[in-house]
Structure formats: structure tokens, C-alpha cells
Design a protein around this ligand. Structure first.
Ligand code: ADP
Ligand code: MG
Ligand code: ZN
Length: 625
């Protein structure tokens, strides 16, 4: 049989995907290989097909016990002799499997790495002819990888006890150079033929947002995509529970998934989602392994994940069918705290020694920093990800928020002076420095206990930015850090000025910051909302995504705006901003002249929309009487 016949006959596929054929050919020619392909790229085929063509058996090392079982079942269904050896087998079953291996019943054998040096296993393996050793999820061998498994180190030792060395093939979706080098070095791959297939997924758009109210923003987002299917990832189980409640309460068709649920409940939620009975899956990262639902058209991260690897893997579950899909990340400062907490208290891997644990934690923190960088960059988001994976790319992709947004350089010298001066004065007052959250509080004249206890309300810059949004102030602080006017200390994350700060404080240096002009990836045209006629005002404010009940007139005006926006096929803010509608409701104009007094109304908009809004106001007032 040829490899094409195997592909067609056993797996039902007509063509090989990028990279598969080359890897298979090299293995068949007796060369070691390293295959780096994104999740879903089809790595299994790259050892299963050659395994079936070579004489002897192929031994596959995999860390994922549940997937192992699925793969073996799939192979058996396809008519391939396959078995697995891991801790889920009883002694009885294990003996049977060993006997059948000796009898030559299997072509492909999966084993968990913990098994490798077990006596029984080794003696069986020394008796049969292993032609190919395939190491799946090979990044597990690297301490720099996101899931370091010390038991993977046994692979090298295992190779040493075999009567002769088989061809060794390693596969992973993690492509950072560090990890790649570790795999080659530790596994001892000999002159490996390496394939790195493209990590770019052009059909995915990328967007990072910093919404004030994540839930409200999410509701708006989901409502305008109610006919589509998507995943919302949260950092913790309790977040999943809360958000699931909230979405359900607002009439969103949601399912949930996390490791703390009963098996049966979790399975039924997963099925509801798989079969499109529910459209939104709210989940922790436990939801993912082995999902191949292809029509997922958005993945929203309600919290920032811990690494770019994790983000790209989770976001990459969108658009598997190749159609356009959206990847949106909601970022907040609290996410950084949560992620740090999870890293510091996370790694429960009891295989690790304290030194290893320390090393893993440091690597995790470095990965977190790269993830935070993604959330804050003003450059192309796709480019940022591809850089991370070491893949060359165009400077601008044209399909992410940052590429689609226009940036203007805003002069923030005054704000910078206030912030830097505040940090300086607080330090002078206390004799030590404090963190971002407290500085923001002082600048906004906050009354939290710690601020008052420390007497920071007596500091001269207390309350100078009382009108500014805390997220905005944080953005300024981030920018000042990036530009080198201040830095965050490693140990306690406190803010300290650098010498450069004096340039701004005393020598008139101006500070500018790139600010996004247009919002996000534009909302999909049309379908941007449901029909509005005849809806109650609660339903209407729900459509507009507002969490608090609003003035009835504002609601009515928003309905008019939505209708106009749909007619013209433009985003709603292009008709009038919320602020303009609020001012309109407050001023209640009755003539075009009065209409022109509304903030945000210029001559052309007055001419275009004036009559329609004036009529809506008159109508509303009539009903009031
Ligand atoms: P990975 O391990 O790289 O994440 P898998 O090996 O699990 O990916 O394969 C992902 C999916 O792609 C599977 O559903 C598999 O059947 C499919 N697939 C693999 N190779 C091909 C191919 N040549 N043609 C069509 N589908 C393929
Ligand atoms: Mg795989
Ligand atoms: Zn871009």
C-alpha cells in the first residue's frame, strides 16, 4: 500500500495537509523528524500513516490519557490493530495487552511516559521490533514548555535500553525556539528533518478590549451574534458559574463547563453545545482538549489567559472550518492579579521537585509577561503572536483591532506631570513607594482605608485626577513605564520614578501617547441588533447593552438610532454617540435651531437626522401627557 492509499482507505482523507507528506516520507526513509504544527494541524497522521507502512510496531508517547483512549478506539474502528498502556488498565488487562503485543497483534501502541521504565513494559518492548518512536506533545520534555512533565525525560533512558534505536519523531504545537532546541537536545534527535507549518490563521480576527463593564459588553457582543456559536473562556470556575447565571438570566442560550461539575452534568452541557442546542459555551480552559466543533465563530476571553500559547490555542478553536471568526480578549488589571495568583498557587504537578517548581514558575511568569504585552501593544496583534512563535509576517495584517484602528498621538503631558508628581510626593511623604492601584486611588481622591491611614489625602496631588477613569489612568501609567519615565519594581510591584521623569516634571518635556480613534473590529453590519419595533423599554436597553435602567426618552432615541444605523448599514455611533442622545434627551429640542444646540450635533447631521429625532421627541412627550 502507498501512503495515499492508507490515508484514503483507513482515514478517509483525499490529500495530505501541509507538512504531513514530507514528514512521513522522511520517517519512511529512516530519518528522525520534528513536526511543529498548530493544534488541529493533523499531527497524528504523521506517525500513524508511516507506522502502518513500516514493519514492526510504532510506539506513541502521549501525556493525555483520555485522548489516548479515543485515538486507539478510532484506529480500531478504522481497522488498525492498536492498544494503549497506562495507569487506567487493571493488572489483568495489562497482562493481556502485553501478551497480545508479544503475539504481534498491534501496529500502533500508545503509552504514558510514566510507564516507560516499568519492568514489565521494558521487557516486552525489548522483545518486539519498535520501528518508530513517536513523541506526541513533545514540548512536555522542556522545563520552558507550558506543561513540563519530568516523566518525559525517561524517554531518553528508555531509548537506551532498547536493543537498537528506532526512528524518533517528535511533534508539538509549541514553537518557541527555546522549547524547540530543548526537544532536539534532550530527546537526542539525530539530524532531524524539521517542518514548521504556518501558525497564521488568516480567517481569525483579533481584538483586545478593556471594557469598563465586561458583562455588559459581552451581552452586547453576544446579542448581535445570537445566531452564531461561540466560546467564552473565564479564568476560574466561580467566574464561569457567575457569568453563566448572568447570561442565562438575560436570555442568552448558554451552556457551561468546568472541572468542578458533576461528570454527567458536564457531559450534557457539552452535548448541548456540540449539537447547537445552546449557542454559547462558558468555560474554563478545561474545555478544549479534543473539541473539534468546526463552526465556532467567536472565542471571547473574559479574562486574560496565562500565556500566549494558551491564548492562541484557545482562541484557535474558532473558525476551524476556515470561515471568518472573531477572537476577542477582555483585559482588565485584575486579570493580571488573578493570573499571578494562579501561577503562584497553580502548579500542583507532584512530579516536580522544589527546584523544578521554582523554575517552572519563573518560566510561567515570563510567559505571563508576554501575554500582558499582547494586551497592551498598539502594534498588529497577529504580528505579535507570530513573532512570539518565531514566524515572519507582514507588518500589518489588516484584520485585527490595532490594524483597523487609527491611532493619533495624544499630548498627555499634563496627565503625565500629575502622575509622576503624585508618585514623587507619595514617596516623599511615606519614605517608600506604593503600587499602581493605590496611586490611582490617590490621584482620584479615593477614600479607601489604606490611603487615609497612610495620610495620603494630605499629599498635594490627592484628587487631581478625580474626573479620570481609573482604567485610563492605568493606561497612562503603563505608557509612562513603556517610555521609561517610571518603572515597576520586581519584588513588590511598586512604582518608582526614573531620572527621565525629571525631564517632564522640571524641564518641559512633552509626552505623547498613541490613542485609538475608531473602536474595535467593526460590528458586523446589518444584523447588529434584533428588530426593535414593539419591544419593551427593558428589552430595548438590553439591546443597547446597558446594564442600568435609563431615561425612557434616551431609550426611545436609541431605538431611532438603531433603525437609522441599520437602514444605512453603519455602526450606531456613526449616527449619534450615546452622549449625544443623552444630551438630546436632557435638552428636548423642538426646532432645528434647538437641535443644533445638542452636543455632538453638527449642521450636516442636523439636516440629515434632525426631523426624525424631533418627531420622536414630540411623540414621546405626547405619550407622557
Ligand atoms: P493535532 O494533533 O495536530 O492537533 P489531529 O492529528 O488531532 O491534530 O488532527 C486534527 C483533525 O484533522 C482530525 O479530525 C483529523 O482527522 C484531521 N486531519 C488530519 N489530517 C488530515 C488530512 N490530510 N485531511 C483531512 N483531515 C485531516
Ligand atoms: Mg495531537
Ligand atoms: Zn493586525
Amino acid at each position: 500500500m502507498t501512503k495515499h492509499e492508507i490515508l484514503k482507505q483507513y482515514f478517509g482523507h483525499d490529500d495530505f495537509r501541509t507538512g504531513q507528506e514530507e514528514l512521513i516520507d522522511r520517517i519512511l526513509a529512516g530519518q528522525d523528524v520534528l513536526g511543529i504544527m498548530p493544534t488541529g494541524g493533523g499531527k497524528s497522521m504523521c506517525y500513524q500513516v508511516p507506522g502502518m507502512l513500516m514493519d514492526g510496531v510504532t510506539l506513541v508517547i502521549s501525556p493525555l490519557i483520555s485522548l489516548m483512549k479515543d485515538q486507539v478506539m478510532a484506529l480500531k474502528n478504522a481497522g488498525v490493530g492498536a492498544a494503549y498502556v497506562n495507569s487506567t488498565l487493571t493488572l489483568e488487562q495489562l497482562r493481556l495487552v502485553y501478551r497480545r503485543i508479544r503475539e504481534g497483534a498491534y501496529k500502533i501502541i500508545y503509552a504514558a511516559p510514566e510507564r516507560l521504565l516499568a519492568e514489565g513494559f521494558v521487557s516486552v518492548m525489548q522483545e518486539v521490533k519498535i520501528s518508530l518512536l513517536a513523541v506526541d506533545e513533545a514540548h512536555c520534555i522542556s522545563q520552558w514548555g507550558q506543561d513540563f512533565r519530568p516523566s518525559y525525560l525517561r524517554i531518553t533512558e528508555f531509548l537506551g535500553v532498547l536493543p537498537y534505536r528506532p526512528v524518533v519523531a517528535a511533534y508539538t504545537a509549541t514553537a518557541t525556539e527555546f522549547v524547540r532546541d530543548d526537544i532536539v537536545r534532550i530527546l537526542g534527535l539525530r539530524d532531524p528533518f524539521t517542518v514548521i507549518t504556518g501558525f497564521d490563521r488568516p480567517n481569525l480576527s483579533f481584538d483586545v478590549q478593556k471594557p469598563k463593564n465586561k458583562t455588559a459588553s459581552l451581552l452586547t457582543f453576544l446579542r448581535s451574534r445570537y445566531e452564531k456559536s461561540g466560546i467564552v473562556y473565564c479564568a476560574t470556575r466561580s467566574n464561569v458559574e457567575k457569568l453563566y447565571e448572568e447570561l442565562t438570566k438575560h436570555g442568552i442560550s448558554a451552556a457551561k463547563y468546568h472541572a468542578g461539575m458533576e461528570d454527567s452534568e458536564r457531559a450534557s452541557h457539552q452535548e448541548d453545545f456540540s449539537y447547537d442546542r445552546k449557542t454559547v459555551m462558558v468555560a474554563t480552559n478545561a474545555f478544549g482538549m479534543g473539541i473539534d466543533k468546526s463552526n465556532i465563530s467567536y472565542v471571547v476571553h473574559y479574562n486574560m489567559p496565562k500565556s500566549v500559547e494558551a491564548y492562541y490555542q484557545e482562541a484557535g478553536r474558532a473558525g476551524r472550518d476556515g470561515s471568518k471568526a472573531e477572537c476577542v480578549l477582555y483585559f482588565s488589571a485584575g486579570d493580571v492579579t488573578t493570573a499571578k495568583y494562579l501561577i503562584e498557587n497553580g502548579s500542583e504537578n507532584e512530579e516536580l521537585s522544589p527546584e523544578e517548581r521554582q523554575k517552572v514558575m519563573e518560566a510561567d511568569m515570563a510567559r505571563l509577561d508576554a501575554m500582558i504585552g499582547y494586551c497592551k501593544t498598539t502594534a498588529c496583534l497577529r504580528g505579535y503572536i507570530l513573532d512570539y512563535f518565531g514566524q515572519p509576517h507582514e507588518e500589518s495584517c489588516g484584520n485585527c483591532t490595532n490594524c483597523l484602528s487609527e491611532y493619533v498621538d495624544l499630548d498627555i503631558t499634563t496627565e503625565a506631570q500629575m502622575i509622576l508628581s503624585c508618585i514623587k510626593r507619595v514617596h516623599a511623604h511615606l519614605g517608600y513607594s506604593i503600587g499602581t492601584a493605590l496611586i490611582v486611588n490617590v490621584l482620584r481622591g479615593g477614600k479607601v482605608r489604606r490611603v487615609l491611614d497612610m495620610g495620603l489625602d494630605k499629599v498635594k496631588t490627592y484628587g487631581v485626577m478625580v474626573k479620570s477613569d481609573p482604567m485610563q489612568i492605568r493606561a497612562y501609567i503603563d505608557h509612562l513605564e513603556k517610555e521609561g519615565y517610571l518603572r515597576v519594581t520586581q519584588e513588590y510591584q511598586t512604582l518608582v520614578l526614573t531620572d527621565r521623569a525629571d525631564e517632564v516634571l522640571f524641564r518641559g518635556e512633552t509626552v505623547t501617547m498613541p490613542v485609538k480613534l475608531t473602536p474595535a473590529v467593526p460590528e458586523p453590519p446589518k444584523k447588529a441588533g434584533r428588530p426593535v419595533k414593539g419591544k419593551t423599554s427593558a428589552a430595548l436597553s438590553a439591546v443597547s447593552g446597558d446594564a442600568v435602567p435609563e431615561d425612557g426618552l434616551v431609550t426611545a432615541l436609541k431605538a431611532v438610532r438603531l433603525r437609522l444605523a441599520e437602514e444605512e448599514n453603519v455602526p450606531r455611533y456613526m449616527v449619534f454617540s450615546n452622549a449625544a442622545l443623552e444630551d438630546m434627551a436632557a435638552k428636548r429640542p423642538h426646532s432645528i435651531e434647538e437641535f443644533l444646540n445638542v452636543s455632538g450635533v453638527g449642521a450636516s447631521k442636523a439636516a440629515k437626522y434632525g426631523a426624525i429625532f424631533l418627531e420622536a421627541i414630540a411623540e414621546y412627550e405626547q405619550k407622557e401627557e
